[in-house]
Design a protein around this ligand. Structure first.
Ligand code: BTN
Length: 322
């Protein structure tokens, strides 16, 4: 009902809408409307109420709740079902559970904060409330499991494109899928897959974007290597507006991948990957490899030319530039 009330109020931006009219349209009592208006005010909506004239929406909060997001979405199917939480352990874990219970492709989980936000390689993802974006999307691609790693590239490209369209800045991708602005990490991706040998049940795309973090909010350990869009753009970021842009890019790039295969994705990914020709140290499954990054394979694996002259493929790991 909250969404319906907000929809009606938004249709009359300059005038009051009477409680009677709202209750007639939504077929509920005026007391029920008043209760929901009080609830919306608690969420941060500024709603003027007058006993004679009714209600008027003055301002909406920058919350990532469905009633704020749905009216502005520019996607056909992605994000049309939103599971929103003020706090959750991890949006990826929640999305995984929902997918196991039959949630459909395109459903998203969004949280204002996470207390067990998960990063790659078992790391923690710092997720303070109301500042950033913590998002997980359920996909059910009909592709063989060996192509699933390409989806990670799809998400990296789409996230980088969204940041560029939104900010005018030019993000780079650090292998495998960190998104950087001026060499500092602004977004991280954690994709998880549930599959059989020959069939993918679902993929969870986990995306964390630092939007409104100030420098001192990052822990000392990561401060030097991390940034936020606010810091790079010098202004507070509307999380809703960024989410709108991100979901549109994700839906668009995923469609390109399904229709045209990995080619266009790899091309876009390579254009943003700054790794080619760099001397790197890669930690992968407890081993350390040193060499020159020469390319990225068609499945997204990193190709290294090692000191002895041979070539090695690295499918997962952590890269440090030397
Ligand atoms: C990385 O280590 O770079 C990946 C970070 C991924 C963080 C996001 S936030 C939303 C989603 N839920 C999680 O628990 N992790 C991902």
């Amino acid at each position: 009902m909250d969404e319906e009330i907000l929809r009606l109020l938004r249709e009359h931006p300059f005038t009051f809408l009477s409680g009677e009219e709202i209750s007639r349209q939504l077929k509920v009592t005026r007391t029920a409307i008043w209760k929901r208006v009080k609830h919306l005010r608690d969420l941060g909506y500024e709603i003027e109420a007058s006993t004679r004239s009714g209600y008027r929406l003055i301002q909406s909060p920058d919350l990532l709740i469905p009633s704020e997001i749905k009216p502005i979405l520019e996607t056909k199917w992605m994000g049309r079902v939103i599971h929103h939480f003020n706090i959750i352990d991890s949006t990826n874990s929640k999305a995984y559970q929902l997918a196991l219970n039959g949630a459909e492709e395109g459903e998203v989980v969004i949280a204002e904060s996470q207390d067990k936000g998960r990063g790659r390689l078992g790391r923690h993802w710092f997720s303070p409330p109301f500042l950033n974006l913590y998002l997980s999307i359920i996909l059910r691609p009909k592709i063989p499991p060996h192509q699933a790693s390409l989806i990670t590239l799809v998400v990296a490209v789409a996230t980088a494109e969204a940041i560029q369209k939104f900010s005018g800045l030019q993000p780079m991708i650090k292998w495998p899928n960190d998104i950087l602005l001026r060499d500092r990490k602004v977004a991280g991706l954690l994709n998880e897959i549930h599959s059989e040998m020959d069939r993918i049940h679902f993929v969870i795309l986990g995306i964390g974007v630092n939007l409104n973090m100030d420098e001192e909010m990052f822990s000392k350990e990561i401060r030097e290597g991390a940034t936020s869009l606010k810091r790079e753009m010098g202004q507070t970021i509307s999380r809703k507006a960024f989410l709108q842009c991100l979901l549109k890019e994700l839906e668009g790039w995923y469609a390109i991948f399904l229709e045209e295969g990995g080619g266009p994705i790899l091309k876009a990914w390579r254009e943003r990957a700054q790794i080619k020709g760099k001397q790197v140290k890669v930690t992968s499954f407890g081993k350390t490899l040193v060499g020159m990054a020469v390319d990225v394979d068609s499945d997204g694996a990193l190709i290294l030319e090692t000191e002895g002259g041979g070539k090695k493929r690295v499918v997962a790991g952590d890269v440090k530039y030397k």
